[in-house]
Design a protein around this ligand. Structure first.
Ligand code: NI
Length: 260
């Protein structure tokens, strides 16, 4: 990237917007100095994200297969991901990968197996991991401790307790927070936002889902990461510029935007 971004939105499915025009949403984010990283979810989506991010200078991507989609994961998926990474310097991480015991617990073992394979692949590629963990925090941490050697791990849309966040941070894991911190009743998320060390905080939207207040219930978009930053700044009695500066520095440390 050419100039210093204001905020790095570390998880946005801007390619999935329906109510908003995608090009307009991206240009609105660009005007606010926001760089966006788009994860892939399915085995087909890795190709879609690869193509999508090539259309925009300020959009980067992750390749990876989401826990709900691991039934389609094969060794070919790994070799496809490797080819995409080698040919597209804007693929800067592996994601979103992880464990989700909320929707379907019937294939937990397969989820774990594929999560481990994608961790080992990230290690081999020397790329960070963007991790989806829902009602699976203990298993996620246990697997990371055991199998992750050299990739920086990010818990996207972190939904656990402050105590568990601190345990993760001890292992060098980053905590990414999104629109939930703006929700009135999200006391746990607010407690995390107010108290974790700034050095381990990242910002995201997870759009089109989880739009922050005042857009709660509507379609989310990358620009709304500014509301997340503002809510965290308020909770920490600091300025939005301070939150932007710290989280951008964290993201730049993790992702080698210009290195490949
Ligand atoms: Ni997501």
């Amino acid at each position: 990237m050419d100039k210093q971004p204001y905020i790095i939105n570390t998880h946005s499915h801007v390619n999935m917007l329906k109510d908003n025009d995608i090009d307009l949403a991206i240009s609105n984010a660009r005007k606010a100095g926001i760089i966006t990283i788009v994860p892939s979810t399915t085995v087909e989506d890795i190709f879609e994200v690869d193509k999508f991010i090539q259309k925009y200078d300020d959009i980067y991507g992750y390749v990876g297969v989401f826990p709900e989609e691991v039934k389609d994961f094969t060794d070919k998926t790994l070799s496809d991901m490797e080819t995409l990474i080698k040919n597209n310097k804007k693929i800067i991480g592996i994601g979103e990968v992880g464990l989700d015991y909320y929707w379907d617990k019937s294939f937990k073992e397969l989820q774990k197996e594929v999560f481990i394979k994608q961790i080992e692949f990230a290690n081999q590629m020397n790329l960070p991991l963007n991790i989806h963990s829902r009602e699976a925090h203990l298993d996620t941490l246990e697997i990371l401790k055991k199998y992750n050697k050299n990739s920086t791990a990010i818990l996207h849309c972190y939904s656990g307790s402050l105590e568990f966040a601190k345990e993760c941070i001890k292992e060098g894991i980053y905590i990414a927070l999104g629109g939930v911190v703006t929700f009135k009743n999200a006391l746990k998320a607010k407690e995390v936002a107010a108290n974790i060390p700034l050095e381990y905080l990242l910002l995201e939207t997870d759009d089109p889902y989880l739009a922050p207040v005042p857009y709660r219930g509507k379609e989310n978009q990358p620009l709304y990461v500014t509301y997340v930053a503002q809510a965290i700044a308020d909770l920490r009695n600091t300025t939005v510029d301070e939150i932007a500066k710290s989280t951008t520095a964290n993201a730049e440390r993790i992702f080698n935007f210009n290195a490949k």
